[in-house]
Write a protein that binds this ligand. Structure first.
Ligand code: DSN
Length: 417
């Protein structure tokens, strides 16, 4: 019996149920992934016991001899992998990584530009209830009505008009390539700092499947748990001239003790991301997304921007008789997990939304390929056309389970882990 099971059978059982959910359902949330057991082992390690406020060699506690080495390793691996001058691996999340940059660059009340939330931006890029929209003035830029791609001329015009202190290039629901060189030339023109939020596409960048912002951006933020396939957390990278201001904005500016067990797991994930296997995995992620988009279009779905260049597909449901929230629920009943998502120029509020966002990172980790993408597209189509037909949804759920059984995930991992 595991010690967790012995100490707290209730929590043990919930984790076991979640393990079965992950094992036997199709995980299509574009921002999720399945980490390796090595990452989980580091994250679940005794490093959780150690306080280490400060940075390697400059801690406020004794006994940091080993965690100093871990953090240095994680920083160096980040610098090598992303070819950046400085890295801070302490942010607890992507939003805190972004906050650290805002605090480094902007005074309260200052103006920055970020992608409109309704067009693919993120909560931390100016939502009125988030710190990013409360403390600062946000000038959102949107995608073009014609092709749903960033209109760089509009970005330039807005930048010239509003003279922001910072411009953010990044998104959480944008299926196309982002051109950092154009963002950099706009930022230069108005003397703004350029920040790239690569949370969704970090793995693709490492694999050379999306251009890197490293030559252009003053700051780069990322999460470590999406395409990068590490533990849940954040990282900020920057040019050397920003290093000390960034570090002091994170500690003591906005965080206390770093999560050393998570930093160890980040180091492990970064090592994994430097391998040829990881590059091959990212190629399959992108190929699967492209095929899934094509197959969905063959089933009559309209895909925002007409396809995808990356790991995600944004499906427009406006002519399907269901909104995004309803589609999410129907698919959930059929064993398929997605999230409702606004589409550009959406007439519905985010709680309902007119679309769903679908990603291939997690299902590709369990080795599903183009054949499975065809089946998944047909199940999504059948489920949404039969949203109130329980027997159809149950049948699809059984098919999903059968497919998942052919691509085992964590069945060999001890329960409770
Ligand atoms: N919540 C994440 C996503 O789903 O894109 C972004 O942080």
């Amino acid at each position: 019996m595991s010690s967790l099971q012995e100490t707290d059978a209730e929590v043990f059982d919930i984790i076991r149920r979640e393990k079965m959910r992950q094992e036997y359902r199709l995980e299509l949330i574009a921002s999720e992934n399945f980490t390796s057991t090595a990452v989980m082992e580091a994250q679940g390690s005794i490093l959780t016991n150690k306080y280490a406020e400060g940075y390697p060699g400059r801690r406020y506690y004794g006994g940091c001899v080993n965690v100093d080495v871990i953090e240095e390793l994680a920083r160096n691996r980040t610098k090598e992998l992303f070819e950046v001058e400085h890295a801070n691996v302490q942010p607890h999340s992507g939003t805190q990584a972004n906050m650290a940059v805002y605090f480094s660059v902007l005074d309260p009340g200052a103006t920055y530009m970020g992608m409109d939330l309704a067009h693919g931006g993120h909560l931390s890029m100016g939502h009125p209830k988030n710190f990013s929209g409360k403390i600062y003035k946000v000038v959102p830029y949107s995608v073009s009505r014609e092709n749903h791609r960033i209109d760089y001329d509009v970005v330039r015009d807005l930048a010239i008009k509003h003279r922001p202190g910072m411009i953010i290039a990044g998104a959480s629901a944008y299926p196309r390539i982002i051109d950092y060189s154009i963002f950099a030339s706009i930022a230069r023109e108005v003397d703004a700092v350029l920040m790239a939020d690569i949370a969704h596409i970090a793995g693709l960048i490492v694999a050379g499947l999306h251009p890197s912002p490293a030559p252009y951006a003053d700051f780069i933020t990322t999460t470590t748990h999406k395409t990068l396939r590490g533990p849940r957390g954040g990282i900020v990278m920057c040019k050397q001239r920003w290093a000390s201001v960034l570090d002091s904005c994170i500690f003591p500016g906005m965080q206390g003790g770093p999560l050393m067990h998570v930093i160890a797991a980040k180091a492990v994930a970064l090592k994994e991301a430097s391998t040829p296997d990881f590059r091959d995995y990212q190629k399959r992620v992108v190929r699967n997304a492209r095929v899934l988009a094509e197959e969905l279009m063959n089933h009559g779905f309209r895909i925002v921007s007409g396809g995808t260049d990356n790991h995600l597909v944004l499906v427009d449901l406006t002519d399907k008789g269901v909104n995004g929230a309803q589609a999410q629920e129907i698919l959930e009943s059929a064993g398929i997990t997605v999230n409702k998502n606004t589409i550009p120029f959406d007439p519905l509020p985010p709680g309902k939304a007119s679309g769903i966002r679908i990603g291939t990172p997690a299902i590709t980790t369990r080795n599903m390929g183009t054949k499975e993408m065809g089946l998944i597209a047909s199940w999504i189509s059948q489920a949404l056309a039969n949203g109130s037909n329980e027997s159809v949804l149950t049948k699809i759920g059984n098919n999903v389970r059968e497919m998942c059984e052919s691509f085992p995930l964590y069945l060999n991992v001890q329960d409770g882990v």
